[in-house]
Design a protein around this ligand. Structure first.
Ligand SMILES: C[S@@+](CC[C@H](N)C(=O)[O-])C[C@H]1O[C@@H](n2cnc3c(N)ncnc32)[C@H](O)[C@@H]1O
Length: 260
């Protein structure tokens, strides 16, 4: 067994996680507090099963569940690894494996699977809503594929200037529209909508963001983190609600989301 208590050493396992030292550091930081627990962990995308063995040995009391499009034979005398064959976007299969392996929800879900944005989005929202415990962790690896031309939904990053840049005149106009919006005029429904639309037009094109593949999907998740502002009772879209995320931590190609 390559893991000593709390330290995650992937070097003796057949997994590409061993090559990403910051992935391992992140996992160690988030997983160490769970070490003694009866963790239920699901990994989407397992290739030859090396990461399943790594998680099994790290969480000595854990039940480790893997899913992959391709079949897998794994030698596991402990009986603590389960494998399901199928697509990450197959929500009926996700329901079945959760019912059979984690009826009270998973503690940890890792997506190291297709790295295709719209597939990752299907499994994310389904598993996050229905099969991740409150306080549970959802980890997504390799979101940087959205910058790769050779990836099915990735697109090479193009350095663009924002369509418009800072101008003092636009800044003054936007401030004036905001003052009107915050005054009695802004409380009249039609005037309020017009002022809001003019602010939107004035600000449009100031930022050049890359919205392709996994990168676009991850940026969508930032809006979920902003749910309390988006739905604020005075200046948002009702009904008010808090974000379903307690925390979201991004590092290069690796994201950890903690469920509220
Ligand atoms: C990067 S590998 C997984 C590596 C593994 N987690 C590890 O750490 O060793 C990605 C895996 O995802 C699987 N995969 C790709 N698209 C998939 C999909 N839509 N549904 C399920 N598995 C998929 C591939 O068959 C491949 O085995």
């Amino acid at each position: 067994m390559a893991s000593t208590k709390g330290a995650l050493d992937a070097s003796k396992y057949d997994t590409d996680k061993a090559a990403h030292t910051h992935y391992l550091r992140n996992y160690e930081e988030y997983f160490r507090p769970l070490l003694e627990r009866d963790v239920r962990l699901l990994e989407l995308g397992v290739l030859k099963g090396g990461s399943l063995l790594l998680w099994r040995d790290y969480f000595e009391r854990g039940l480790i569940v893997g899913l992959d499009l391709n079949p897998l034979e794994i030698d596991d005398p402990t009986g603590r690894i389960r494998f399901y064959q199928g697509g990450q976007q197959d929500t009926a299969l996700l329901d079945r494996l959760a019912r059979e392996c984690a009826p009270e929800g998973f503690d940890v879900i890792i997506d190291d699977c297709s790295h295709v944005g719209d597939l990752a989005r299907v499994s994310f929202w389904h598993l996050f809503e229905h099969h991740l415990k409150p306080g549970g962790l959802y980890v997504i690896e390799d979101w940087g594929t959205g910058y790769w031309d050779f990836w099915p939904d990735g697109v090479r990053y193009r350095r663009r200037r924002p369509r418009v840049t800072h101008s003092p005149a636009r800044h003054r106009l936007s401030r004036a529209a905001t003052r009107l919006y915050n005054g009695p005029l802004g409380r009249l429904p039609l005037a309020g909508r017009l002022l809001s639309a003019s602010k939107r037009a004035l600000q449009r094109g100031l930022y050049a963001t890359h919205d392709y593949g996994m990168v676009g999907f991850i940026k969508e998740l930032i809006d979920e983190l902003g749910a309390a502002d988006i739905t604020h009772p005075q200046f948002g879209n009702a009904p008010p609600r808090a974000s379903r995320f307690r925390e979201m931590r991004l590092s290069q190609s690796h994201i950890f989301i903690t469920k509220a």
